[in-house]
Design a protein. Sequence first.
Lengths: 81, 556
Amino acid sequence: MTKDEIAARIRVALAKILKTTPESITDDASQTNLAGWDSVHHMNVVISVENDFGIEFDDDELPTLTSLPLLVAAVEKHTAG
Amino acid sequence: MGTELTIRFVRNYTAEPIGNAVQEAAQKLGLTVATQYGDYDNVGAEIAALASSETVPSMVIVTIDLDFFSGGIWSPKWELSRVVENLNEILSLIDALPAAAYVLLSTFIPPFRISLPPQPGRDSAASELNAVLREFTARRPNRCGIIDFERIAARLGEAATRDKRFGLMMKAPFRQPFVEAAAAEIMRVLKCRFLPPKKVLVLDCDNTLWGGVVGECGVEGIELDPYEYPGIAYYRVQSEILSIAERGILICLCSKNDEAAVWQVLENHPECLLRRDKLAGYRINWADKATNLKELAAELNLSLDSMVLVDDNPAECELVRSQLPEVTVIQVPAKIYEYPGIIEGSGLFDRLSVNQEDKDRVHYYQAEKGRREFQTRHVDVEGFLRGLEMRAVIRPVQTTDTSRVAQLCQRTNQFNLTSKRYTDSDVAAMLADANVKMFVLQAEDRFGSLGQSGLIIFRKIGDVVEVDTFLMSCRIIGRLLDRALFCRGLELLGQNWSFSEIRADYLPTKKNSVVAGLWSEYGFALVSRDNPEKFGCQVAELKVSFPGIIQLAEHL
């Protein structure tokens, strides 16, 4: 799976939870610049991404997954190999 | 724009996911819900602060998780008697909340596994605390309710309920299936309070009230039995229908059938629970169901959108859905063992409380039939009304009337000048307001009681009196009882207040055109054509008087 494919799927998950369109989510979308991505919605984002990719993030990873690029990198790490 | 409501969560954990799910579900029904959250673990102080706050939420949800309550159930210092005390302290603050806020309390979820040896203070904590909650809410039926988290958890099981990770990391203990189920339970209460209720349950007969076709297999041949399948499924459904009828929902039959055969079952079948005296109306003939439903609605003087049809025939269901989209249709499932519980489970007949008026409602409609037959024999209206020998009691609203008064505000659509949908809590607040006076009308005629079926609410603003609400239940429209209530209400008002001018509004809705000209008829002058239309009148210029054909009584 390429980085772009992962990013596209995460965009869909984010858009669904934050009630927006995948296209409106920028490459550098993060908890600071994307409206509605607060800590409560972050739980849903985490669960939704985990279910989508069939992975489970480590507990110390969770607080760091605060942007689209960071989520992509973490998913890449868990799905590699 | 739909109705806008505010729900405040007073909680000791991250309840935001539940609030978000409620918002989403409410939106689908056209209700706009704003959510507010108190601080974590500050439940008592939050409630106390709300009690003195100026802005009152429509609903307060108090939800406490044992993991974090009173030091936490896992703390070595956990002591059940002290926790019960803490809960009682919190509950005692609830009575001080403004009456306009309805309070929902969530039950505590017991641990999914028991310890060995048992630890009574922990294992049974939830059930003991829940007993306290239930007793508290049972004593305040129009003020408080329960959302039963314990039952949802039991239904879904541990895996769909508890989120171990986010429970510990973010104090967010519930998984999505639980969150959605909890939101659905909150929605049931919201619907009861803020959406118009269904009032009529219309039932087909063959394969809906019993198995088989009575016209073919006879009364003895149908399936209806308290023990044997498949008759037991229909028996259960009939028992469900009776309990719905007891809440004041009108039961009607609408069946393509041989009328005599249907009465045979209702009168003679030993296991038939639904008897003829429980029916508010019926159409048993070979005409199409859409026509029959329209006739029933007209006969009961209720709108089609207050009706629910249960029928086993997919073609009939489809016909009604397409021709009368206002009617809600429930189709009997093909697997008959899935039928019991469906009508109740639809939530369409949920009620927060039931009063005597509800229980008696069917009799009013039955008496109405007698009146109609009497009317067809009288050509002149005056003579007809005189012949009814009406008697009316008009008196101030008392605390015990709260539930009925709120119900009148919620349900009355046609003869309703302002359509203000007051809740029990609103009524309670107005009872305590010295600038508000409310009067109810209770009437009877030679055919029987007409129930508590009229309401007028006056507000005093300086030396002007304003008619805040004026409504009459649809079964007594056209009887001059409105004039009786208005005139006697004013007279009683004069014993306490001095005023020379009256103002009144008419807010047009889709259903209340019957009263569009009422204020003019009473002698009021149109002051402005705004929405609502505003009217005014000097007391001396009123053109309405207490009708001579109605006898004013002290009690009926």
